[in-house]
Design a protein around this ligand. Sequence first.
Ligand SMILES: Nc1ncnc2c1ncn2[C@@H]1O[C@H](COP(=O)(O)OP(=O)(O)OP(=O)(O)O)[C@@H](O)[C@H]1O
Ligand SMILES: Cc1ncsc1CCO
Ligand SMILES: [Mg+2]
Length: 254
Amino acid sequence: MNTLLTNIREQQPLVLNVANFVTMQHVADAINVVGASPLMTNEPQEAAELVGISSAVVLNIGTLSEAQWPLFLAVGQAANRQNKPVILDPVAVGMPYRAQFVRRLLANVHVDIIRGNASEIAWFAHAEVAGRGIDTLDQTTHQQEAELAAKNTGAVIVQTGVVDVITDGVKTQTVHTTSPLLAINVGAGDMLSGLIGAFAAVTDDYFAAGVAATELFGQAGERASAQVNQLPGHFIGALFNELYAMTQVEVTAR
Ligand SMILES: Nc1ncnc2c1ncn2[C@@H]1O[C@H](COP(=O)(O)OP(=O)(O)OP(=O)(O)O)[C@@H](O)[C@H]1O
Ligand SMILES: Cc1ncsc1CCO
Ligand SMILES: [Mg+2]
């Protein structure tokens, strides 16, 4: 039994998000259906007080602007001061502006978990991968890059793709759920990053949080894909239904 999921249902931790404006609603819904409580923020002045009532912080750079630098800094530093886990989703970090923003962020904020696709994680391994055609790399290379990214950053890395790789640079675990609809759903990665926040909110073991969230999300994605006969237009509702159902089973099975 996934005891972390039970902990989420019982504690209903608040997960604070600096979200992107494309997938914000889906991220809030995903966090909500597994039993945690989402809160989105866009005001640096309230960072300390919102972090104070939160159990994890998710920073997503999807629709970044320089005006948001004080927000990222205030929320990240408040989380560090208050010992709350910080999860980073480095959307398109290979692009130069985003790259220097993330470099600045990592110089000022300790990040506990980074969740990205293979191209994004490769940037943390090498810091020079824009347009490198990373998808042609084989899985062994992906895993080595995830481990190198973990060593470079000191963060647990959750690298998503056909196979998901979770590593702290020493121990590594792979998750083999296969859901093509997850791959094409805009925001699947953002939702997973939010769920990792929900799991990191209930344990200090961020490796375990990364594994549990990735397994849950992958399994829900597989079930939802089957439910809708692989039709993308019906997928998101089915995904929330399956995430919710799996959470209910976990709790009633106690
Ligand atoms: N080729 C694939 N086959 C099956 N599942 C995949 C594939 N690629 C990604 N996934 C799954 O999709 C989810 C999101 O991962 P992905 O790597 O697409 O994130 P992302 O690129 O950040 O997505 P987004 O930007 O849309 O949020 C993960 O659960 C991952 O396991
Ligand atoms: C499409 C898109 N553009 C910026 S963020 C985002 C959602 C995927 O992360
Ligand atoms: Mg993404």
